[in-house]
Ligand binder design. Structure first.
Ligand code: ADP
Length: 397
């Protein structure tokens, strides 16, 4: 069966078409600038690439063009839309409404639109637009919603609650939801597979370290805690996000800078993190180059990132009462030995011993970077959120 995975943003739409017989990607592409002058689709298939530049005022027009590309004489990989068995849609925020991947029907659309938009105001309306566009163009094809946060729905109440008035949690749903759930689930399962162990017997901390970063405690295959909170702003400092910060400091800073609440949230999401600390870049490659050239603030940003991530690993070992495996994934987790080494440094007391040579080796695949005698296995597992969504979609239908 062929499964199309759609990841719609407010002005963008990425897609991959999988042949699930061997889980291969047979076509993929991205639309940029939907609803903005200069819309374009870059589509790949049959080993070729084609760029479509034409007005795309909304997601429906964009999806129509994607489907045109999929059946195109030159780069097309299918002869008709009927070959697509199902579509998996990435949705960022599930709130408490969706605990697992969900097959779309009228009730699901109603809940998505009426309940979750305010929890993911930038992303969820875009996902709904992508969904409607696909339903219009492919009537009768099963649509599945796969939520970034649903893997975290197994957290116990003591882990997801903030220390606020219980009535306010009940009234407004203010609690920890987490993010990157599809990635955390995928890499924890791949880690168990790599180790040849049953995931039910493993206590794993997964570190998804990218432009946005989150750390998750996976006990027996189930998420028991995660570092992102009500929104992805919480947890470790990131490319441009502050990570957790005393709420009183936020009010104090807002007063000093003359910012209102909305401006303050933009400040904390877009101007802080390692960018704000270094004053140089949000990109870890630039920070490493800066540090090597003697820039102390780049060094500080990198040290803060490793230190904060390490503290989550340690606290999650405590939360689970043990630790069998640490997994690094995403742009930084997969490509930055300096950070992996910084995170593991000092965790020897938990039984973590890195093999520095393996850590520094350039190798793209899933691999072990812990020393042979390390009690805790340390792995690098490339994430693949699109494949994870395709698998979830196939499993559901
Ligand atoms: P996101 O998906 O959240 O935008 P990524 O997972 O792509 O982010 O991670 C981006 C980060 O990964 C950047 O800080 C970048 O510096 C870092 N990185 C380091 N080495 C590489 C590499 N070889 N390729 C891609 N990203 C890398």
């Amino acid at each position: 069966m062929k499964i199309l995975v759609v990841n719609a943003g407010s002005s963008s739409l990425k897609y991959q078409l999988f042949d699930m017989v061997n889980e291969s990607v047979i076509a993929k592409g991205a639309v940029e600038r939907i609803g903005i002058p200069g819309s374009r689709l870059t589509a790949k298939g049959n080993g070729r690439q084609k760029v479509y530049e034409q007005p795309m005022p909304d997601h429906k027009v964009a999806i129509k063009l994607v489907l045109e590309a999929l059946t195109d004489g030159e780069i097309g990989v299918i002869s008709s839309m009927k070959e697509i068995g199902a579509v998996g849609h990435r949705v960022v925020a599930s709130g408490e409404y969706f605990k697992k991947p969900t097959l779309v029907d009228d009730e699901v659309i109603k809940t998505l639109e009426e309940k979750t938009f305010e929890l993911g105001p930038l992303h969820n309306p875009a996902a709904a637009a992508g969904l409607h566009a696909c339903m219009d163009v492919m009537p009768g094809t099963p649509m599945v919603l796969v939520f970034d946060s649903s893997f975290h729905q197994t957290m116990p109440e003591k882990a997801y609650m903030f220390g606020i008035k219980y009535e306010d949690y009940k009234a407004y749903g203010v609690r920890k939801y987490g993010a990157h759930g599809t990635s955390h689930k995928y890499v924890s399962q791949e880690a168990a597979r790599f180790l040849g162990r049953d995931i039910k017997d493993l206590k794993i901390v997964t570190c998804h370290l990218g432009n946005g970063s989150s750390i998750t405690a996976v006990d027996g295959g189930i998420c028991v805690d995660t570092s992102m909170g009500f929104t992805p702003l919480d947890g470790v400092l990131m490319g441009t996000r502050s990570g957790c910060i005393d709420a009183s400091a936020v009010e104090f800073l807002a007063r000093k800078k003359g910012y209102d609440a909305a401006r303050m949230v933009t400040y904390l999401n877009k101007e802080c993190g390692v960018l704000g600390i270094s004053g140089v870049s949000s990109d870890f490659r630039d920070l490493e180059a800066g540090m090597e050239a003697g820039n102390e603030r780049c060094k500080l940003a990198l040290e803060m990132f490793s230190y904060q991530t390490k503290k989550f690993v340690g606290s999650y070992a405590a939360a689970m009462g043990g630790l069998d495996c640490i997994v690094f994934t995403a742009g930084i987790g997969e490509n930055t030995p300096y950070i992996r080494s910084g995170v593991c440094d000092g965790l020897e007391f938990l039984g973590v011993r890195l093999d520095e040579e393996a850590n520094n080796a350039k190798n793209g695949g899933a691999r072990e970077i812990s020393a042979k005698d390390s009690k805790v296995k340390v792995l690098v597992i490339p994430t693949n959120e699109e494949l994870a969504i395709a698998r979830e979609t196939l499993a559901l239908i």
